[in-house]
Design a protein around this ligand. Structure first.
Ligand code: HEM
Length: 423
């Protein structure tokens, strides 16, 4: 009886620790032994925290049928992804929606999108030039966030949502925050007036844009879905799910990337040397972005659940458990990456030692569908900034990170810029 009470108390205590700070919790419970896996009973459920690339390979590839996405976490993001948005869909339906977006990054369209991104950066040059001239420190966080929202608008809806950006931004940021807080909570509250208010804003804005954009015969995710004659509410859920999945993650990763490059003059020069190349050929610039994604993955864990009993690297996994793969620990595995905590873009110019050592976009059948878009966007932004400026982080200490559903920097992205003499 006493043992039962102790186990229950421990289980609740562990859950409370997780809720306090899910991001730090992954560090706190990481085992020091060679198992690289931690079993915990949390809130009366079985959890395995997985830290090794072999775990990722087993769960996402070798025995993937046994590890679907976690219902527990899917429930938390339901308002943002919509009940029928791709993130929530299973099997055939998911495959069909994924096919609709499959060719949206074919070379012609990708080139057009990259031109949009380029022009969004150029719009900011006046402000940045002025700061460079006066030596004033500038914050690039809002600008990069808006750029990502506008690019997502073009990709998903073929529409520059700049006019709606403030409303959409506030609604997505707030809903994301609420989803993150709900991840920390024991309960999912079925009704929240605040959540409904923001959802209403998103639905109204998206419905208006969808009506308007479907008058034309353009190419976008929206138009591809419409060709399949899906019901309107299904299409809106896809649009919402793509905005949710593609906005916050990309913005946060871009902020980390600019900060990482700002702290490494050598990498700025490497990127500068690729200024004449198209984004596809800019291998070093892509490597710098990937290296930042390795160190600071904005999606920091992959939530799965087990259907049947299994064994991973000698660890028994009980059926019906939750498995959280810690992306950022997998990506700092010293067996795969030498000096794993250092920013060394060059490592991405060679083949990695493990197929699942770098998984910022997940893996397997449900790998991120927006990865080519995110990589294009970041490559163009880094190229444009390094072509015109040399820059450094205004604060010496690296940014503090907060992790809810995704990982963010807590502080602004303060930079000190100098115009390059050749521009
Ligand atoms: C740096 C930027 C990004 C990161 C780090 C990222 C990360 C991820 C990860 C880890 C997953 C898999 C989740 C899982 O398996 O549990 C995922 C799925 C997804 N991502 Fe991304 N993503 C990014 C950008 C984007 C963009 C730009 C879009 C679209 C415009 C997008 C749309 C999606 C969608 C729709 C899914 C769900 C796919 C499915 O369930 O079949 N993502 N993303």
């Amino acid at each position: 009886m006493l043992a039962l009470i102790k186990n229950s108390t421990d289980s609740i205590k562990t859950l409370i620790d997780f809720q306090k700070n899910p991001y730090l919790f992954f560090d706190q419970v990481k085992p020091n032994d060679l198992s690289h896996i931690k079993y915990l009973n949390m809130g009366f459920k079985n959890f395995y925290f997985c830290y090794h690339p072999d775990h990722a390979k087993h769960i996402l590839q070798d025995n993937k049928e046994n590890y679907p996405k976690s219902d527990l976490v899917l429930k938390k993001i339901l308002p943002l992804s919509g009940p029928t948005g791709l993130i929530q869909l299973k099997d055939k339906k998911a495959k069909s929606v994924r096919q609709s977006s499959g060719h949206l990054m074919h070379p012609d369209r990708a080139k057009r999108l990259s031109e949009y991104v380029s022009s969004f950066v150029e719009e900011e040059f006046d402000r940045l030039d002025q700061a460079a001239q006066t030596g004033e420190v500038v914050d690039l966080k809002d600008f990069l966030t808006q750029l990502v929202l506008r690019t997502a608008g073009i990709f998903i809806l073929n529409k520059d949502v700049q006019g709606q950006a403030d409303d959409l931004n506030e609604a997505f940021v707030e809903l994301n925050r609420m989803a993150g807080e709900s991840l920390r909570s024991l309960f999912t509250f079925p009704y929240s007036p605040k959540r409904n208010k923001y959802l209403k804003v998103i639905h109204q804005e998206l419905d208006k844009i969808i009506d308007e954009q479907l008058q034309s015969n353009d190419t976008s995710l929206l138009h591809e879905l419409n060709k399949k004659n899906y019901p309107r509410c299904f299409i809106r859920d896809q649009v919402k799910a793509f905005m949710f999945a593609g906005y916050d993650t990309t913005a946060s990763s871009l902020i980390f990337a600019v900060d990482s490059v700002a702290r490494c003059r050598k990498s700025q020069n490497g990127i500068f040397s690729e200024k004449k190349l198209g984004y596809r050929e800019a291998e070093f610039t892509q490597a710098a972005y990937k290296e930042s994604l390795r160190l600071y993955p904005s999606a920091y864990f992959l939530p799965r659940q087990s259907i049947e009993d299994d064994i991973i690297r000698d660890q028994k996994i009980m059926a019906g458990s939750q498995l959280f793969i810690s992306i950022r620990h997998v990506q700092r595995c010293p067996e795969v990456f030498e000096k794993p905590d250092q920013f060394i873009p060059e490592r991405f110019l060679e083949k990695l030692k493990h197929s699942h050592g770098f998984i910022p976009f997940g893996g397997g059948a449900r790998i991120c569908i927006g990865a080519p878009l995110a990589i294009m966007e970041a490559t163009v932004v880094l190229q444009k900034l390094c072509e015109r400026y040399e820059f450094e982080a205004a604060k010496e200490t690296p940014p503090e990170i907060e992790g809810l559903i995704t990982a963010h920097t807590k502080s602004p992205l303060y930079l000190r810029l100098k115009r390059r003499s050749s521009c």
